[in-house]
Design a protein around this ligand. Sequence first.
Ligand SMILES: Nc1ncnc2c1ncn2[C@@H]1O[C@H](COP(=O)(O)OP(=O)(O)O)[C@@H](O)[C@H]1O
Ligand SMILES: [Mg+2]
Length: 283
Amino acid sequence: MSVILEFKDFGFRYTGNKEFTVRDINFRIRHGEFVMLSGPSGGGKTTLARAMVGLIPHFYMGEMEGSVLIDGVSTKNKEVKEISRTIGYVFQNPDNQIFMTTVIRDVAFRLEFMDLPKEEMINRVRYILDKLGIADLMYRRVETLSGGEKQKVAIAGVLVAQPKVLILDEPTAYLSPKSALGLMKLLDRLNKELGITIILIDHRMDLAIQYVKRMIVLYNGRIVLDASTKDALETALDKLYGINIPTISRLYHIFKRWGYNPPSPIIEAEDLSRYILKEVVKA
Ligand SMILES: Nc1ncnc2c1ncn2[C@@H]1O[C@H](COP(=O)(O)OP(=O)(O)O)[C@@H](O)[C@H]1O
Ligand SMILES: [Mg+2]
């Protein structure tokens, strides 16, 4: 698949700071990928997200090195509004993203620049709410929504513009483990059914392990790991700073240390149990 997003020797220093927040950033994202961008707080994840949608350099003042390309074109030569049609960005806190009083108004508001007939606008809103499984929230007032519902409305507001890439900045921070897992399944569906490229900024790898295909880890403004999820869990546990390692992958390493050879660090609990019964208990 072709490259949709590319960082080339990118660096950024916010005005007023002495140090660069991020530096020597090089990676490419292809259409249809499901990537997790992770690492400890303050590492520069949100800064990279801002650069992906052009808020850096267009809104944040500072010194930028290198370039960020979307479909081969530098973000310096694109307007943020234009970029937002390709790349949707769900902010860290959904309250910063919901502007209107009701769900339908808020989601429809994202379509206003398109000049669609009212009927078509409502149909699109209904379609996307339906896809997210929240059609029943359409006429609800925003202040009556739970944290998880607000998160989904914020995602709907971004998706309704039909972006090719969806960036979510720590979307599970305000969610229960159950809602967070539901969100992961939803992202997996958007990725598989609609072909949307997903860039998930999060540290809940335990929840995302079945869906995320690639891990990029940022530590102190540098990329310290860029690997497939399987390779990351197999050989680079020490580089997964600040990340919730799935228990199943820890078990994999324990059995390895004991001289066994389980098939993969990404394995269903049931399959690992079967392996243990067959190869370990019977041995
Ligand atoms: N708006 C800003 N103005 C000045 N410095 C900032 C701003 N946003 C972020 N920074 C700096 O960049 C560092 C990394 O921030 P951020 O990109 O938000 O990391 P992360 O999302 O990984 O927690 C912060 O510790 C801070 O020093
Ligand atoms: Mg952040």
